[in-house]
Design a protein around this ligand. Sequence first.
Ligand code: ADP
Ligand code: TRP
Length: 305
Amino acid sequence: MAVVVSGIRPTGMLHLGNYFGAVKSFLQMQEKHDCFFFIADIHSLTTHPTPENLHSNVKQVLAEHLAMGIDPDKCALFIQSDVPAISELYTYMNMNAYIGELERSVTYKEKKASQPKNINAGLLTYPVLMAVDILVHHAEFVPVGKDQQQHLEMTRQFGNRFNNLYNTDYFKEPQAYSNTGELVKVPGLTGKGKMSKSSGDEDTIVFDQDDKTITKKIMRAKTDTGPTELNQAKSEEIQNLFDLMALVSDTSTISHFDDLYAKAEIRYGDLKKQLAEDVLKFVSPIREKINYYKKWPALLSGVIL
Ligand code: ADP
Ligand code: TRP
């Protein structure tokens, strides 16, 4: 049985990107591997330092994991800060990471730009803490979305450097994993890149919002003025809508809209209406379960004892 590790930050409600980029692989892997899934609350302090939000977000994300089918009888489900070994190894591993390579991290550069008033040292050493999360369990596979690829490369770098320095083979080389065979990037609704908890409410399809709100967001998703020629290439925002459809709609629906696009006869309103309908079909049963778990705080605390 391979050891599998992955974490999700409690920085807001989970969205389609988290599900298709990470949780869907967790579900597959908990059936046959030795899995450690956790809520990365220490990581979230680099961007979300307020305690009230942190506590409620941990509960939210925990309820969401259970609702999506993560089963505490099949895997270890825990909170990062409950494991002191992680903070301990983080101290040591910081001596194996060079400032120059940390400064080249894409997420560090993005966060520096998005929160210029709080460029804390934790943002810079974020990849070290993530490496420790993984290395401490000697993980072989790490189910994550495409945005985490660079962090995985850094994890291997730090682990190997430690092994070379101390002449050991103590740390294993972990690989990023996706149930689809290729790391996934779910786009947002505003045409600006990946869906993310921090990219704004209008960009993100979350599980724990009502039908009306979700439908409204999808109907407002960015589009272009429409194809003017046969078989025209799709713009980024239109490709994004088709990519979202590929996650939740059946193949005949997708080819129906693909054909209409190729014939330059597509009406984006119809495309979005169909997308909203298929998203809701997928999201609503999970949302019902989230609400069920949120009503049982004792059950939630029992899971992470
Ligand atoms: P967010 O970026 O929304 O704050 P996290 O950083 O906590 O979410 O990510 C948790 C997991 O979900 C990671 O494995 C990450 O790669 C994955 N993930 C997040 N957003 C997406 C996305 N848009 N597409 C694919 N995977 C994603
Ligand atoms: N950095 C990841 C993210 O932002 C979350 C995370 C923290 C993680 N530690 C991890 C993911 C360890 C996989 C393994 O999405």
